[in-house]
Design a protein around this ligand. Structure first.
Ligand SMILES: [Zn+2]
Length: 335
């Protein structure tokens, strides 16, 4: 019996086994809205969520057995929560940072890459296709190389020079001459369908959203039940993942109430924060529904506020973060 199904927010459902199609199955065939993985309750067993779970233990509650048996892992997940120095100085509110730079390629996308590349291997695909502004491309390149497969990464001409070097060093084949990410995503989809490889673009593969919700599970595993969670938003997928992760815990009775999620977006064209630009393959429909459900909100951040947040994190917390990360902290400082 399937432990999950693919679902859109309107409730149209597709059997979970369809995940084993090589097609990029990311839109609902009925209403064309974004699809996500919905866990199904198992009679008598509940969700199987426990107080303390490592990444593969968590995802294996739901995914078919071969995922665990054939897993490509470099030690993703189980990242630390770092307490703010403000907590020691008698502040009324306690603040924690979930340090996703502790993942193998230094980004949270490793959680998704581990599942996607494992899936590519289960499906006997030799090539993995991924459109990315940087982090996902680096993650997919690392895991694909480790699995003995070929990564084809599609990006635009503004890709960060550090991410570019990281992708190439891992052995990913980088195509970065596209004028915009929309063009790169179009071509990635087209070439993957033509060549029959595996589609690992975060916006085109519901396993990405599923992998990222483990972040919420880990925060609660560490004994923190947040009132509010601040998240940088681009296409909206990460915020939805966190909402889904906390919602699992709330539905299982593990946390008493849902945290309020705050999405931090940017109001600047600064190329340093290109990961936060919305594309035409946005998952914002899911994000908006999630924000409504948890009474969350969005806060818009300017370039100067990002710069101030980078400086504050470095000088008061000892944390050196990339601009797209600082956006979330800028929202916390601004509220
Ligand atoms: Zn639908």
């Amino acid at each position: 019996m399937d432990k999950f199904e693919l679902r859109c927010w309107d409730g149209h459902a597709i059997p979970g086994e369809r995940i084993n199609s090589r097609d990029a199955l990311y839109k609902c065939p009925v209403c064309e809205k974004t699809l996500f993985i919905q866990e199904l309750p198992i009679a008598g067993a509940g969700s199987g969520l426990q107080k303390k779970m490592a990444f593969w233990e968590d995802v294996s509650r739901v995914l078919p057995v071969p995922f665990f048996q054939e897993r490509i892992s470099i030690g993703e997940g189980s990242t630390k929560l770092i307490a703010s120095t403000a907590n020691e100085n008698g502040a009324a509110e306690r603040i924690y940072f979930k340090d996703e730079s502790q993942n193998p390629t230094r980004s949270y996308r490793d959680r998704a890459a581990a599942l996607l590349v494992t899936h590519a291997r289960i499906l006997h695909c030799k090539e993995v296709f991924c459109a990315s502004t940087g982090n996902m491309g680096a993650s997919i390149s690392a895991y694909t190389t480790r699995a003995g497969l070929v990564a084809r990464i599609f990006s635009d001409k503004n890709i960060d020079i550090g991410k570019k070097a990281q992708i190439k060093t891992y052995g990913g084949l980088l195509f970065d001459s596209y004028p915009s990410m929309n063009d790169g995503m179009d071509d990635c989809l087209k070439q993957q369908i033509q060549d029959g490889g595996y589609q690992a673009t975060a916006e085109f593969n519901p396993l990405s959203l599923f992998a990222q919700k483990t972040i919420a599970h880990e925060i609660v595993s560490d004994g923190i039940v947040p009132d509010e969670v601040y998240i940088s938003i681009g296409n909206g997928g990460t915020l939805f993942s966190l909402w889904q992760g906390f919602n699992d815990l709330h539905a299982s009775g593990i946390i008493p109430s849902m945290p309020r999620l705050i999405g931090a977006s940017v109001s600047t064209d600064d190329p340093r924060i290109s990961p936060l630009k919305e594309s035409k393959y946005s998952q914002r429909d899911l994000m908006e529904n999630a924000l409504r459900e948890c009474h969350g909100t969005k806060i818009s951040i300017s370039e100067s506020e990002i710069t101030a947040a980078i400086s504050t994190l470095a000088r008061t917390e000892g944390l050196f973060v990339e601009p797209a990360t600082a956006v979330a902290h800028a929202a916390l400082m601004k509220r």
